[in-house]
Design a protein around this ligand. Structure first.
Ligand SMILES: *[C@@H]1O[C@H](CO)[C@@H](O)[C@H](O)[C@H]1NC(C)=O
Length: 630
């Protein structure tokens, strides 16, 4: 659009990138002069990205093609001549070519470890082989790194991550001090002369703003619920607090706007709270009132006095608010709103309860149910959880869940179990490494609550989770097969003894530990889904007890959690549970759904999303005896 109320035109439509919708847009970065768009595309759901460049005005694609990009962004230098990005070396075809289709690799189906992440600078109109290598560190092959140009264009910051912990190093390079910009380093065959600012892996540091040499970061250093700090590069040992850690709420993000203001978002009992503060001293200026739910995005620039805030919750698909900060009391007005025809949110109610876990810790849980629900234990219920990697599951709109709530009478629930970031780093740590069992105990306690409170009963209770949440589901059905009436485990990490050997699995040892260390092996063997499948009828006095109907979902191009996890668990469950000399009491189905030309989940075409939701919820409805009502 030429202006906020202008006619929109299409710049790039990912739906047209392939016939079947399996090519998705994964990176989108516009140059400072707004003349160029660097965009990344991913095929078949793989994490691999190819970056291309488009001229914005002419909408023409340039010849530049950057391959083997992964876990990367594209950060432009302010001359708009090029950008930084991160990549891995091209896979050694001979070594990794297990699936031979001619001589090319079907990227995303290989399983070898991702090692030696490097940062490059690409200059527009040149070949990728001429890109400038800005940083590599062969001594630490597992680290991932990203380079990002500061808002004033003066510095490039280099972040290094060892694994998935919210901890990183920060180096910087003064671009304006380079003899011949980034180009000069190429001629001298040197890496960019980065200066170490934070050279250890103790805390997370995320750039918020800078005024010359004074840099503001959001960090969890000595502040598990995060705070804002400032350092002057001229005095790199002296850091001062700008916004101190709040004892209850997590400081989730801070964005600089309107020259010297900050939009700060807190996470307060799993709901977002927004404030406007002053950048210099962090002083509170205004509360920006939002409904109960999640801020899905804040779009703001330092030079603008207008900001845009994305908002969603279980019953609101999406609203974008526009807010002019120069008004005396800034007020949020609706700029765009997604409306779902035929959906009336007043048919539903959302409750948040705090359920005591096994050890008494209170676990928040959202329960979305029909407005006049009677707590008679009769309802089909879907319980979803994740519990890992400091990821917080805040309220969001799910078309699939709303459809089953409306037409199958399903009560759907999110348990904010430990391992996530809901209450900051302590909450994350309380559900990882030697304490991973807390996640399963929390989820089981949430399930028991739903039964006790009369929402449902075990035969009508379905659990669902993906990735680390697939592990959650896998572990819970091993530990409490009697408690559930259905289990849906998506793209789960199921082999806890070998996950670190495949693609980026080595980075997850920060949450799980690694079986190559004896102590950690002892943690993992106790809950690894693949290694804990037992016949419940041999364990329990109830000879009838069996596993709930289970569907393990995966996809052929999942190169995040490679499909072998689900495939091995499927084979093991079918072998242990469904074959035995006498007739097996396991009559509930144990099945798998394997999507093709799809990966871990991101970028999946809408048709595939619908097909999968239809399959898994139809399975759930059938095994739990839920029927469709108009
Ligand atoms: C950890 O989770 C919290 C809460 O959601 C979030 O604010 C923070 O950014 C996360 N840390 C990292 C490094 O992603």
């Amino acid at each position: 659009m030429d202006s906020l109320d202008g006619e929109p035109e299409i710049l790039l439509d990912p739906n047209t990138l392939s016939e079947d919708g399996t090519v998705a847009l994964s990176i989108c970065s516009i140059s400072e002069d707004a003349m160029f768009l660097a965009y990344g595309i991913s095929s078949s759901g793989s994490d691999w990205v190819t970056i291309k460049i488009m001229q914005v005005v002419a909408k023409s694609v340039e010849p530049d093609v950057l391959s083997w990009v992964k876990f990367s962004d594209a950060s432009w230098t302010h001359d708009s001549k090029g950008f930084f990005y991160s990549r891995y070396p091209a896979p050694n075809l001979e070594r990794v070519l297990l699936h031979r289709d001619g001589e090319s690799l079907d990227a995303g189906t290989e399983t070898h470890s991702n090692l030696y992440h490097e940062v490059y600078y690409h200059r527009l109109g040149t070949d990728q082989s001429d890109d400038i290598l800005c940083w590599k560190d062969p001594e630490n092959p597992k680290c991932t790194r990203s380079a990002s140009v500061t808002q004033d264009g003066k510095y490039v910051l280099l972040y290094t991550y060892e694994n998935c912990d919210p901890v990183n190093q920060v180096y910087y390079c003064d671009l304006s001090a380079l003899p011949d910009w980034v180009e000069g380093c190429k001629g001298r065959n040197e890496l960019l002369p980065f200066i170490k600012l934070v050279d250890n892996f103790v805390a997370s540091y995320e750039y918020v703003a800078n005024d010359g040499t004074a840099l503001t970061f959001r960090t969890n250093k000595d502040a598990p619920k995060y705070k804002l700090v400032r350092v002057d590069l001229k005095e790199p040992d002296s850091w001062s607090d700008i916004i101190q850690e709040n004892e209850k709420d997590v400081l989730e993000s801070a964005v600089v706007v309107n020259k010297n203001q900050l939009v700060v978002s807190y996470l307060s009992d799993v709901k977002n709270v927004l404030q406007l503060r002053d950048l210099k001293a962090g002083a509170l200026l205004h509360h920006l009132p939002i409904d109960i739910g999640s801020v899905s995005g804040i779009s703001a620039r330092r030079k603008d006095d207008t900001i845009f805030i994305g908002f969603t919750n279980f019953l609101i698909p999406g609203i974008i608010y526009e807010c002019n900060l120069n008004e005396e009391v800034p007020n949020l007005k609706v700029f765009r709103e997604t409306v779902v025809p035929g959906f009336d949110h007043t048919d539903f109610q959302v409750n948040q309860v705090f359920v005591p876990s096994k050890d008494g810790v209170k676990i928040p849980m959202f329960i979305v149910a029909g407005k006049d629900i009677s707590l008679d234990g009769s309802h089909p219920c879907l319980l979803y959880g994740y519990g890992g990697f400091n990821i917080s599951i805040t309220p969001y709109f799910s078309v699939g869940r709303v459809v089953i709530a409306k037409h199958l009478g399903v009560v759907f629930c999110i348990a904010n179990i430990r391992g996530g970031g809901e209450y900051g780093e302590d909450w994350h740590k309380a559900g990882s490494l030697s304490k991973k069992q807390n996640c399963f105990d929390d989820f089981i306690s949430a399930a028991e609550y739903l039964v006790e409170a009369g929402y449902t009963r075990p035969k009508k209770l379905c659990i669902e989770g993906g990735s680390n949440g697939g592990l959650l589901v896998g572990a819970c059905i091993n530990q409490r097969p009697d408690l559930f009436g259905c289990a849906l485990a998506h793209v789960g990490v199921m082999d806890m003894l070998r996950f670190h050997k495949f693609t980026i699995g080595h980075a997850w040892t920060s949450d799980y530990g690694c079986s190559e260390k004896e102590e950690e092996f002892q943690w993992l063997i106790k809950y690894s889904p693949l290694h804990n499948v037992r016949r419940p009828w041999e364990q329990s006095p109830n000879q009838e007890s069996q596993y709930p109907p289970t569907m393990l979902l995966t996809a052929d191009h999942d190169d995040r959690v490679v499909p072998l996890h689900s495939l091995k668990l499927l084979a093991t469950m079918q072998y242990v549970l469904c074959t035995s000399l006498e007739k097996s009491p396991q009559s509930n189905p144990i099945i798998s759904r394997i999507e093709c030309k799809a990966g871990h989940g991101a970028g999946r075409p809408t048709q595939k999303v619908i097909d999968e939701a239809a399959d898994r919820y139809a399975f759930m409805a059938k095994v739990m005896g839920a029927s469709w009502v108009q």
